[in-house]
Design a protein around this ligand. Structure first.
Ligand code: 13P
Length: 391
């Protein structure tokens, strides 16, 4: 189970001055290419899914595959929502397995960005989930020419960065110091002095968006100055596209043949970046020093009160499934009936929490309190409630 707490992953990189690659994935070839690279380099990695790419895949389905892949890889990793647009999207990402979220409010005025980000932090921290905030504006769109960016670059202000972190409680901060999302023509000018000042003042893991197109020297300086997460996508997308065009040029190819080189192209570029950013060979120490990310099964076994009809039990099951599944940090709500007629507890709720921290937050959540007090407990006086950490 090498999913680890993303806060710990970033703190390790911060202490040892290297950067973890946060590679955006858009399909299974990207997912397996990124993980194959991390495994070959024995490096920690962040599997990132960006809301701006949701037109290309079904978020829920790709999250299910990402979670399975993360659970079976031997290298430490985290699953992150990149550039989420709403609080609801962050809740959804956590439901489907993310242990890091970014809800990007960097286009909003400072006070609104603070308010919105703080709301996301309150929700996500109650679930044990790491939060990235962004201050300043990194323009551009991943996967397209950087010139077609939707707005002007806005540098992160050093003073505002300190106020933003204090007001929101984010675990890491994406800064704008001159990088641009997307395909660059020429090297961007980076404001290293600004980055150094932010690093000195905050001492927090810093994040760079728009990793594609920077030089080796620029990456080295970014990392020396506190950057511990580098977001990277366009170069992977372009490399995969070039591989497919080359296959098409050979003529008469089926889909499976055209796309057969994508995984290797993604792996090869990710390996180069991981080695350049210094994460290679770090997997064992990260695993030893970071908390494993474990789900919890919340079990409620009960025997319905003697006068309760089967319809009444079914109705409270249906209502509870709806109300409880919406609570942040709840991954799934299932109900069951014992296979034995003589079971002490004939009925069960099996509720999967994203993490142990969800236990208290769930217990006190108004939706749970209302359901438990008004609907469930009167019907189930004889019950047993317990939580299991899943190995
Ligand atoms: P690039 O596509 O420019 O590498 O940027 C990726 C990114 O910042 C995703 O958030």
């Amino acid at each position: 189970m090498p999913l680890v707490a993303m806060q710990d992953l970033l703190q390790h990189a911060h202490r040892h001055r290297y950067a973890v690659g946060a590679f955006d994935l858009i399909n299974l070839d990207f997912l397996s290419g990124i993980l194959a690279a991390a495994e070959a380099q024995r490096a920690p990695v962040i599997l990132s899914l960006a809301e701006s790419h949701f037109a290309h895949f079904d978020f829920e389905l790709l999250m299910a595959a990402t979670l399975t892949a993360a659970q079976r890889t031997p290298v430490p990793c985290a699953i992150h929502l990149d550039h989420g647009k709403t609080l609801e999207r962050a809740v959804e990402a956590i439901r489907w397995g993310a242990n890091g979220v970014m809800v990007d409010a960097s286009h909003l005025p400072f006070a609104d960005n603070c308010r919105f980000t703080a709301e996301v932090v309150a929700m996500a921290h109650a679930c044990g989930v790491c939060v990235e905030g962004e201050l300043g504006y990194v323009p551009g769109s991943c996967g397209v020419d950087a010139e077609r960016h939707p707005g002007p670059l806005q540098y992160t202000s050093v003073e505002e960065a300190q106020a933003f972190v204090a007001a929101t409680g984010v675990d890491c901060l994406a800064v704008s110091i001159g990088t641009i999302h997307g395909r660059l023509h020429g090297l961007p000018q980076l404001d290293f002095e600004r980055l150094a000042a932010i690093d000195r003042l905050l001492g927090l893991p810093l994040v760079i968006h728009g990793g594609t197109g920077l030089s080796e020297e620029q990456f080295r300086r970014l990392i020396e100055l506190g950057v511990t997460k580098i977001n990277y996508f366009t170069a992977l997308d372009d490399g995969a596209g070039a591989t497919m065009r080359a296959a098409v040029a050979e003529g008469d190819m089926a889909c499976s043949q055209i796309s057969s080189g994508v995984r290797r192209a993604v792996q090869s570029r990710c390996e180069q970046m991981i080695a350049l950013w210094g994460g290679n060979g770090r997997a064992a120490e990260v695993l030893a020093q970071c908390r494993p990310w474990r789900e919890v099964e919340h079990l409620v076994l009960f025997k319905p009160e003697a006068s309760a009809s089967a319809e009444a039990v079914a109705a409270q099951f249906a209502e509870g499934r709806r109300a409880l599944a919406a609570i942040p940090g709840v991954r799934a709500v299932r109900v069951g009936h014992s296979v034995r007629d003589d079971a002490r507890y004939s009925h069960a709720w099996l509720i999967r929490f994203a993490h142990e921290d969800v236990i208290d937050h769930y217990r006190d959540h108004p939706a749970h309190v209302a359901f438990a007090d008004q609907r469930f407990r009167p019907l189930a006086p004889d019950r047993l409630t317990t939580d299991y950490r899943l190995d």
